[in-house]
Design a binder for this molecule. Structure first.
Ligand code: AMP
Length: 219
């Protein structure tokens, strides 16, 4: 299976789609945001500094990301493909990612860009709830995406929480960072002929159908 990467603005559904891909194709889901949120729980200087940046929607330093991604991709379970969600997020990271891929003998694979309106994103951000155990994602404002029991994860029974950065102020910073820093990588992957584009303005299942069509054609 080719490696997969999602590019999308905050709350466009990349985490949700990445989880579905991981389950359907039996490959690991590597979310830089999930790893950083775990690191932010640590009672250390690094943990506190990450927590502060996450809450305000600021990017974490590139070097922290490089270590985290390289160590994760070296693991045995990535040999048959993996799905990367949240990295790279700027051009320097995209260039460093190529170096990491080279050193491991891996290819970038399939890159999927999710298109979505800003108004939809802002609505989604306040309703998002995340499972603290398995990281499953719900939206309490969407009938077909709400948990069956309030605040409890359908998958594992874990407790749902609202991310510290899922508020309107932080969202504005995250969207600005996406436009300024992440959007330039779209052209980078377009030029490599690996970019596919889908419409994220639909139900989770319908967006996944678009993802699946691309992946089934590519593999
Ligand atoms: P996400 O879960 O992908 O929405 O990421 C949540 C937050 O984690 C982002 O708003 C950033 O603060 C941080 N983050 C995740 N991935 C990266 C990255 N590749 N570079 C810098 N910061 C990141």
């Amino acid at each position: 299976m080719k490696n997969i990467m999602f590019i999308a603005p905050p709350a466009a559904g990349k985490g949700t789609q990445a989880k579905k891909v991981a389950e359907s194709y039996g490959i690991p889901h590597i979310s830089s945001g999930d790893v950083l949120r775990e690191m932010s729980q640590e009672d250390s200087e690094l943990g506190h500094s990450i927590a502060e940046k996450l809450a305000t929607g600021k990017f974490i330093e590139d070097n922290i990301l490089y270590q985290l991604i390289e160590n994760r991709l070296k693991r045995e379970d990535c040999k048959n493909g993996y799905i990367l969600d949240g990295f790279p997020r700027n051009l320097s990271q995209a260039i460093e990612y190529d170096k990491i891929l080279n050193s491991l003998g891996y290819e970038v694979g399939t890159v999927i860009l999710i298109h979505i309106n800003e108004e939809t994103l802002e609505k989604r951000i306040t309703g998002r709830r995340t499972c603290e155990s398995c990281h499953a994602i719900y939206n309490i404002h969407e009938e077909n995406n709400s948990p069956k029991v309030e605040s409890i994860c359908d998958n594992c029974g874990g407790k749902l929480y609202q991310r510290t950065d899922d508020n309107v102020d932080s969202f504005k910073n995250r969207l600005k960072a996406y436009k300024e820093s992440t959007e330039p990588i779209i052209q980078y992957y377009r030029e490599k002929n690996v970019l596919h584009e889908i419409n994220g303005e639909d139900t989770v299942d319908n967006v996944f159908k678009q993802v699946k069509t691309i992946l089934d054609n590519e593999n």
